[in-house]
Design a protein around this ligand. Structure first.
Ligand code: TXA
Ligand code: MG
Length: 346
């Protein structure tokens, strides 16, 4: 968390009382987490939660993650919490891991999408934690902030306060600015509500990381929920994280050929690749991305926004390596390509 600008800026923490006031009054506040910016509402206030869906244009049956100040709040929101959840919370919270657990009866249907489960996480960002603590003190237990990523539904997630303002500025009374997000892609979602743990969304915490803590061969079982399709996970829609410009993936050895074909067809092409441009050509914009998965993930959504803003005819992205550490990036890029090229919200 070396690059958090507010640490030397006394004005930003002073916004926390204002944020708490707004949240207690049923308003929305955008806030930074280590993954992406979230759009928060009091998770116990159904009118406030409804405002999240309205602001994002998100279908009402897509459940929200409840953000907690610390793992001591787990039992206030989840019941029958398995030991595996406690071990993972101890190992990774605060951090980019969301646990799906059986919900306490008071948890709103609007938050869970009507399911008997709830998604919980403690975010690892000092401003988020300060907000959650102050909100908890003002409201009393159980206090939690329901927060999806602070973007229009289906679009690229925000990793800076400027991204949030660009997407939702007129619909959010306050955007807390905590600088760029350290991780840059959304949390790993692990479902512990059934008989077997299942990863519903890959993220910076990998199956191997989880396996190391649980030590029970979870990774070896290799259970991914994509084929299973339930419970409903908004981020698992095929079209997601999508730029308005059509985006296609190309293997490294086919990239030059794809670029050549598009240029010959008179298209303007923006490329995001880990390799340098083989040639310079009019109509070609080539951005070299990091070759380490963590740095690539940190930069990914900002790059997609930058490339989209060029209004090229095509964004071509070099396919990431097919290894575990690139799984989350590969997942986001595949979904970006699915929903891309549509002017209206998906
Ligand atoms: O990193 C993150 O998780 C960010 C930050 C803001 O915390 N949040 C985020 O929220 O990505 P959102 O709403 O964009 O994605 C949350 C995902 C959705 O796909 C939702 O369907 C899933 O979590 N989810 C929430 N509750 C669930 C539940 N009870 N069962 C299954 N999936 C659930
Ligand atoms: Mg999202």
């Amino acid at each position: 968390m070396a690059d958090m600008p507010f640490e030397n800026n006394r004005e930003i923490p002073l916004e926390i009382p204002r944020a708490v006031e707004l949240l207690c009054a049923g308003e929305l506040v955008a806030f930074p987490t280590e993954t992406v910016y979230g759009l928060a509402a009091d998770a116990s206030n159904s009118a406030a939660v409804a405002k999240i869906f309205a602001a994002k244009g998100r279908p009402a049956d897509h459940p929200l993650i409840v953000h907690l100040a610390d793992s001591g709040a787990l039992d206030g929101w989840a019941r029958d919490v398995p030991q595996a959840a406690r071990r993972l919370a101890a190992a990774f919270w605060p951090g980019p891991l969301t646990l799906i657990l059986k919900r306490q009866p008071h948890v709103l249907d609007a938050v869970t999408g009507g399911q008997d489960t709830v998604g919980l996480r403690v975010p690892n960002h000092p401003l988020a934690l300060a907000l959650l603590c102050a909100f908890g003190q003002a409201r009393g237990a159980p206090a939690g902030l329901a927060a999806p990523s602070a973007n229009r539904y289906g679009r690229i997630s925000p990793t800076s306060a400027a991204h949030v303002r660009a997407d939702l500025g007129d619909q959010v009374p306050l955007v807390l600015d905590g600088g760029p997000c350290a991780v840059g892609i959304e949390s790993t979602i692990l479902d512990l509500s059934g008989n077997m743990p299942r990863i519903l969304r890959p993220g910076a915490i990998t199956a191997a990381d989880i396996d190391r803590v649980l030590g029970d061969g979870f990774l070896a079982r290799g259970m991914f929920a994509e084929e299973l399709a339930v419970p409903r996970v908004a981020g698992s829609d095929q079209a997601h994280y999508a730029p308005r410009t059509p985006l296609r993936l190309a293997m490294g050895d086919q990239l030059a050929g794809n670029v050549g074909a598009a240029l010959t067809a008179g298209q303007r092409v923006a490329v995001l690749a880990r390799m340098p441009a083989p040639v310079a050509a009019p109509g070609l914009i080539w951005h070299v991305a990091a070759s380490a998965a963590g740095i690539y993930a940190h930069d990914l959504y900002a790059w997609l926004r930058t490339l989209d803003a060029l209004a090229a005819d095509l964004i071509l992205v070099e396919s990431p390596p097919m290894t575990d550490e690139w799984l989350a990036v590969a997942d986001r890029l595949r979904r970006s390509s699915c929903g891309s090229g549509q002017g209206d919200e998906t």
